[in-house]
Design a protein around this ligand. Structure first.
Ligand SMILES: *[C@@H]1O[C@H](CO)[C@@H](O)[C@H](O)[C@H]1NC(C)=O
Ligand SMILES: *[C@@H]1O[C@H](CO)[C@@H](O)[C@H](O)[C@H]1NC(C)=O
Ligand SMILES: *[C@@H]1O[C@H](CO)[C@@H](O)[C@H](O)[C@H]1NC(C)=O
Ligand SMILES: *[C@@H]1O[C@H](CO)[C@@H](O)[C@H](O)[C@H]1NC(C)=O
Ligand SMILES: *[C@@H]1O[C@H](CO)[C@@H](O)[C@H](O)[C@H]1NC(C)=O
Ligand SMILES: *[C@@H]1O[C@H](CO)[C@@H](O)[C@H](O)[C@H]1NC(C)=O
Ligand SMILES: *[C@@H]1O[C@H](CO)[C@@H](O)[C@H](O)[C@H]1NC(C)=O
Ligand SMILES: *[C@@H]1O[C@H](CO)[C@@H](O)[C@H](O)[C@H]1NC(C)=O
Ligand SMILES: *[C@@H]1O[C@H](CO)[C@@H](O)[C@H](O)[C@H]1NC(C)=O
Ligand SMILES: *[C@@H]1O[C@H](CO)[C@@H](O)[C@H](O)[C@H]1NC(C)=O
Length: 451
């Protein structure tokens, strides 16, 4: 290390105690702590500082910013949090401490980030001021999505033992009776965590709780990873349920990893949407969900969509509508594209209406219409390997339903080592139609199934 650099580094370390006094714009109750240098001697060549996965400083070598906590659920610290992220940007860390609550009551544009850590050990909670958020949010055309905040930039790490709380109850109660895909629905609800135009995002350890709608939505993002995360949405109002609270959704994402994660929500557990590539899911547990669902793909006329290179391994799915599902549109207004190279392996399913589904005549298109307007979304090279467990019996003896579109491309579909039973009695039925080259095991046409 050059002497001048070394001096600057040590001086910065000495300045630590007085750092607060040197800052003039520091909000009440906030602090800045510079990293301690471990020695005044120049670093020996074999003692280079450790780097994180992206080549940036590790936690102990980072400037740490703290802010005051909220005193109650309406004590908005969003300005302090924004200040802290700006201070911590380019190599620092914002620490939200255990046992403290930090309330966000204003929308936040966080698309300026570059190498920043957020250590969330406390609770980051949104206000449930529906009137404010419906007027102030970030809007996305895709399914008319809105969000409280947008995270974007490069090298963003959010980790710790804390909670990101969407405070969804009032939203679920207010949405009662409405439908998200109804074009006349005006009651839009904010997504809890959304990235846009981001590269390298890592979320580890935290609990994402009670999102008003989808829990996470990754948009135009490359390399996003969730590990050891808990997602749930639990209503305390017996007359309302948390609708559309998907665990994971993606849109134009390349490199998407979810590992060692538990999801208990009333909608999709994991659902890569248009233009998602290179997906890796391992050790995922889903309770009460609509399944690990790819798509739907090919919804909009003239628009190309695709999902490719997906590996999904060791997933447990309990008490759900679907287990492993793939859906591609057909019909007069469908778009086009492809779903290619998808593997579901070692999947355990219990009490689930449709354990295995491939539907290339989505959405609700009958065979006649599907034959007249075949799907233009090609489905190729899909493996379902070692899938075990039970259905709920809601679809009779049918445990796997592979419905390709007549006159469409649907090939390379393989089912192997399937051990699924139905409480409706045996033998379990595996249904398939219009698959080129078969599915690797015996199956019957839908017309012969007794579901
Ligand atoms: C995406 O972010 C980069 C910086 O990370 C910026 O240069 C670019 O303009 C952004 N693109 C869009 C479409 O916002
Ligand atoms: C539960 O939700 C219903 C429907 O929105 C609402 O009318 C009722 O006030 C809610 N109950 C409580 C205790 O908030
Ligand atoms: C499979 O995932 C579960 C969590 O759902 C985990 O407990 C288990 O260790 C995993 N099994 C393997 C072989 O990794
Ligand atoms: C899974 O959901 C069911 C309700 O469908 C609930 O009774 C059960 O406690 C949940 N399991 C776990 C381990 O949380
Ligand atoms: C998917 O990517 C293609 C380009 O490869 C683009 O034309 C299309 O608009 C994208 N689809 C969506 C839904 O963004
Ligand atoms: C299929 O996807 C896997 C990842 O799941 C990838 O390793 C493999 O290279 C892909 N195969 C092709 C032919 O692209
Ligand atoms: C779908 O497959 C057909 C037949 O192989 C091919 O002509 C077409 O280009 C494919 N579509 C896409 C979007 O790849
Ligand atoms: C099949 O999957 C289950 C998990 O559902 C796993 O425990 C078992 O080891 C797998 N069997 C094989 C042969 O890989
Ligand atoms: C299929 O759906 C079309 C369009 O909704 C309808 O006109 C037709 O009667 C249906 N055919 C059958 C056999 O149900
Ligand atoms: C199928 O699963 C049942 C339990 O669900 C188990 O008893 C049986 O040994 C399994 N059969 C095979 C061939 O793995």
């Amino acid at each position: 290390m050059k002497l001048s650099l070394f001096l600057a580094y040590s001086l910065a370390s000495y300045a630590s105690a007085s750092a607060v006094a040197l800052e003039s714009d520091i909000p009440l109750g906030a602090s800045i702590t510079l990293p301690r240098s471990t020695s005044l001697l120049p670093r020996l060549p074999w003692k280079q500082p450790r780097k994180d996965n992206w080549g940036n400083r590790v936690e102990k070598d980072r400037k740490k910013i703290t802010i005051r906590a909220s005193k109650h659920d309406h004590d908005d610290i969003s300005a302090d949090f924004l200040w802290a992220l700006k201070k911590a940007n380019h190599g620092g860390l914002v620490h939200l401490k255990k046992g403290h609550k930090y309330v966000i009551g204003r929308k936040l544009d966080l698309t300026f980030l570059k190498d920043v850590y957020v250590k969330l050990d406390g609770e980051l909670k949104f206000t449930n001021d529906i009137e404010y958020w419906q007027k102030n949010n970030f809007y996305y055309d895709f399914q008319r999505s809105i969000t409280f905040w947008v995270w974007g930039g490069k090298d963003i790490k959010i980790y710790g033992s804390g909670v990101l709380n969407g405070n969804g109850q009032a939203w679920w109660d207010g949405f009662q009776g409405a439908e998200i895909l109804d074009p006349n629905n005006k009651f839009l609800r904010p997504i809890l965590f959304l990235t846009d135009n981001a590269t390298n995002v890592e979320v580890t350890g935290i609990h994402l709780k009670d999102s008003p709608v989808w829990t996470t939505f990754l948009v135009r993002t490359n390399n996003v990873a969730f590990d050891n995360v808990l997602i749930d949405a639990i209503s305390t109002n017996a007359s309302t349920t948390p609708k559309n609270s998907d665990g994971f959704d993606s849109y134009n994402v390349d490199g998407f990893t979810v590992t060692n994660t538990r999801v208990d929500v009333g909608d999709d557990c994991f659902s890569p949407k248009p233009n998602t590539t290179n997906v890796f899911v391992k050790n995922l547990w889903c309770n009460n969900t609509h399944g690990v669902s790819i798509g739907s793909i090919g919804q909009y006329a003239g628009v190309k969509d695709y999902v490719t290179n997906v590996w999904i391994e060791n997933v447990t799915l309990l008490n759900g509508q679907n287990g492993a599902r793939i859906k591609a549109w057909a019909g007069p207004t469908a778009g086009y594209g492809y779903i290619d190279n998808i593997t579901y392996k070692d999947i355990h399913i219990e009490n689930t209406d449709k354990p295995i589904v491939l539907d290339q005549c989505y959405f609700n298109i009958n065979q006649t219409t599907c034959a007249a307007y075949p799907s233009k979304t090609n489905v190729t090279n899909v493996n379902f390997i070692n899938i075990s467990g039970t259905s709920s019996g809601k679809n009779g003896k049918v445990v796997a339903d592979i419905q390709c579109s007549p006159g469409a491309t649907c090939s390379g579909i393989r089912l192997k080592n399937i051990n699924l039973t139905s409480p409706a009695g045996g033998p379990p039925q595996i249904v398939c139609d219009n698959v080129k080259g078969g599915i690797g095991i015996d199956c019957i046409p839908a017309s012969q199934a007794d579901d």
